[in-house]
Design a protein around this ligand. Structure first.
Ligand code: 13P
Ligand code: SF4
Length: 297
């Protein structure tokens, strides 16, 4: 169904995450991790943003840029972790723990962001939390990223949500050891959404952009990649002489794979539905997102 006017390519900034299909990454104006994509959206001078990613990414862009039209090529592409925290849990923590900051991973619904003091991504969480004046940190929803951040900030007291990414959290130390057996010279580069036992085996733990940059600068020439397989496209593009393997053949986020080249074409044909976030939610979520842009810079 046609829900908007056809969009002229020159009016749009096409943003893509590293997990979407290779052909969509190739068609985008900019490919990045969640933090870089949020910044690009905010800085864009174009009236339209086409966000090739899951719904929390499009929502965040719309919250940061209310004057722009934002489209998601696959409106039903959602992050499984985005609702793994509740308003009741946040309220109860605020009532019982003094001097508390509610720190919410960007992989969350707009509703959760609106209840938060600040938003973080995997690439800026340590920096942002270290700059907060509060001693007590309630980190939601991702328990794995939360534990990774807490380990680097012993001066803070952390309370964790119970959320997780079903895809990253399913990675085990045993499967990593098996992959290391097959590729004994490969360094493990892991996303912080992986469990502690996997992060402990890694030469580097960081965001998708951090993993790509580490591999590019490293003297090593073989890597095991502990994140979604779409990241291999940019790794191989930037480092054609190095070898990359994912820790498991099924390291795939099905929702990110819904963003096909055909779905992208449909947005330009005027068949996309613009992202809308009610202003009573967006106004509060914007404060928390803007605080991330300021503290995480
Ligand atoms: P990055 O911000 O590291 O790109 O991660 C986003 C994500 O969804 C990881 O699963
Ligand atoms: Fe969400 Fe996991 Fe997919 Fe990332 S890989 S978008 S955390 S479900």
């Amino acid at each position: 169904m046609r829900t908007s006017q056809p969009i002229r390519r020159e009016d749009a900034l096409v943003l893509a995450h590293y997990y979407v299909p290779d052909a969509v990454q190739a068609a985008a104006d900019f490919v990045g991790d969640s933090f870089a994509l949020a910044r690009k959206a905010k800085e864009s001078g174009k009236p339209v943003i086409v966000f090739c990613g899951v719904s929390f990414m499009g929502e965040s862009a719309k919250i940061l840029c209310p004057e722009k039209q934002v489209f998601l090529p696959a409106a039903d592409a959602h992050c499984a972790m985005a609702d793994m925290a509740s308003e009741e849990e946040i309220r109860s923590m605020r009532e019982t723990v003094p001097d508390l900051a509610v720190v919410t991973y960007i992989n969350s619904s707009a509703r959760l962001k609106a209840l938060s003091d600040v938003i973080v991504t995997s690439s800026n969480a340590v920096k942002v939390v270290s700059r907060l004046k509060e001693k007590n940190i309630y980190f939601i929803p991702d328990k794995n990223l939360g534990a990774h951040v807490a380990a680097q900030l012993p001066e803070k007291k952390f309370y964790f949500g119970s959320g997780y990414c079903p895809i990253h959290n399913a990675t085990t130390a045993e499967e990593v050891r098996a992959a290391q057996g097959a590729h004994p010279n490969a360094l493990l580069l892991a996303h912080p959404e992986c469990p502690e036992a996997v992060r402990a085996l890694a030469a580097y733990v960081g965001s998708t952009a951090g993993i790509i940059s580490y591999a590019e600068k490293s003297r090593a020439d073989e890597f095991l990649v502990g994140t979604e397989a779409g990241t291999l496209y940019e790794l191989r593009r930037r480092c054609p002489d190095k070898k990359f393997y994912v820790t498991r053949s099924t390291f795939l986020c099905e929702d990110m794979k819904k963003i096909t080249p055909e779905a992208l074409e449909c947005v330009f044909a005027g068949e996309g539905t613009p992202v809308e976030v009610p202003e009573r939610i967006a106004a509060k979520a914007r404060i928390a997102l803007d605080r991330m842009l300021e503290l995480g810079a």
